[in-house]
Design a binder for this molecule. Structure first.
Ligand code: NZQ
Ligand code: ZN
Length: 392
């Protein structure tokens, strides 16, 4: 097992009716900004629950609101919130929404005190390690998928240049996250499907590498995959079933709260290529992963086949055949699962205008110096091209 440090300071508050705990979790005696997205929180009662919880502790004029954070949050929009915080001396931000609102809030938190061009936070990937450099924030999660509620990373798009870039650092963990599984009841089926597939792929990025000696990490990763396979198809049909919803939400958090990444190699190339598809065509994040993931496993078959076979045996219970045969069947099973989860796994099924995608992505990665991706740094630009072209 590789050496590691495990640091996760998020106060993770899970379960039915937990939003009312906001009154104890949000620091008193400070002005707060509530950030949200396109308005789903007004329709499903989450906003009312948040306001009711805060009303016991806060004067109305100490609560400011900022809505309109888009799916795949835009730098240009977030900078408007940064201005509000600076002008109104806000001391705490409460993100109420899915991964986009939470990620956007992480960027806002980092940008307020940043001296210089805030776009550099993304372009130069500035790491935020000092709590005093950022504005503290908490979250009320409404969409299980990204794990953003319990990690310190975020993804923000610069609209002007169509660049989808990451930021992060240990100062960007939420102070707390309230995760009430009943909030998923109002999610459209498409978003439920996205959540399952995003969480599934997060595990795959950290698990489907090469065989190693971190036995417990493998078993935890496999158990998250098995849970998502077991409940995924049902939870999208019955999100109000609390057993399904609660296991889904917790699986999505566990998939990317840092735990399964410790001590093991990780890949993340599916995400890096997928982010470009969202930047180019606005394809939902999870759907880009469903397009790229299986083709990456095929192109990188020699590197990954032993782990694919382990995955095939343990997760899909494929026992017959050689390592190669089991590995190939495991990829087929994965694609079948993605189809069951409503994914269209070809780029051409998601956009008509895809002919130059591989050229664009390879050029961009070369410009950024991303010439050696993956757990063995052997996903070269040629391999990226092969993966993207196989995805057409
Ligand atoms: O904006 P509103 O009106 O709230 O509607 C949202 C949005 O339209 C809606 N929604 C959310 N909760 C709802 C709801 N509708 C009804 N009922 C609810 N309870 O769902 C739509 C999608 O929301 P969004 O936040 O964009 O989805 P998701 O949570 O999948 O986040 C995707 C973003 O997270 C990034 C992605 O790249 C993408 O930008 N990621 C962040 C990661 C991280 N921070 O660690 C890792 C991931 O790999 C991912 O890259
Ligand atoms: Zn993801």
């Amino acid at each position: 097992m590789n050496n590691f440090e495990l640091y996760n300071p998020v106060n993770y508050v899970f379960g039915k009716g937990q939003i009312e705990k906001l009154k104890d979790l949000v620091p008193a005696n400070t002005k707060i900004l509530i950030t949200y997205g396109g308005g789903s929180i007004f329709k499903n009662g989450v906003y009312d629950q948040v306001k009711a919880a805060l009303a016991t502790q806060f004067e109305e004029n100490n609560i400011v609101e900022f809505g309109g954070i888009e799916p795949n949050p835009r730098y240009e929009t977030l900078m408007k919130a940064v201005e509000i915080i600076r002008e109104q001396k806000i001391g705490f931000v409460l993100a109420v929404g899915g991964g986009s609102v939470i990620d956007g809030t992480k960027f806002i938190s980092a940008a307020v005190n940043y001296e210089g061009d805030a776009a550099d936070i993304l372009r130069k990937r500035i790491l935020f390690k000092e709590g005093s450099d950022v504005i503290p924030f908490g979250t009320v999660l409404t969409l299980p998928a990204t794990g953003s509620e319990m990690n310190s990373g975020a993804v923000v798009t610069i609209n002007e240049t169509q660049e989808k870039l990451t930021l992060g650092g240990s100062a960007l963990f939420p102070k707390f996250s309230i995760v009430d599984p009943t909030v998923i009841t109002s999610l459209p089926k498409r978003q439920l499907q996205n959540g399952v597939v995003d969480a599934f792929t997060h595990v795959m990025e950290q698990y489907l590498t090469y065989t190693h000696d971190a036995l417990l990490q493998d078993r935890i990763a496999e158990s998250i995959l098995q849970t998502l396979i077991e409940i995924g198809p049902d939870v999208v049909e019955n999100p109000s079933d609390y057993k399904l919803a609660s296991n889904f939400v917790w699986s999505a958090t566990m998939a990317l709260n840092g735990l399964i990444q410790k001590g093991v190699p990780s890949d993340w190339a599916t995400h890096m290529i997928g982010h470009e598809l969202t930047a180019l065509y606005e394809i939902d994040h999870a759907r880009t992963l469903a397009i790229i993931g299986p083709n990456l496993y095929k192109v990188m078959f020699e590197t990954k086949k032993d782990k694919l076979a382990q995955y095939g045996k343990r997760v899909w219970n494929i026992q017959e055949g050689s390592t190669e045969e089991i590995a190939e069947k495991a990829i087929e099973k994965t694609v079948d699962f993605l189809h069951t989860m409503g994914m269209k796994t070809k780029l051409s099924e998601n956009t008509a205008d895809y002919a130059k995608t591989a050229d664009f992505i390879v050029n961009r990665f070369e410009e950024r110096g991303w010439k050696a991706l993956g757990e063995k740094q052997n996903i070269t630009p040629e391999k990226v091209r092969a993966i993207v072209e196989m995805s057409y």
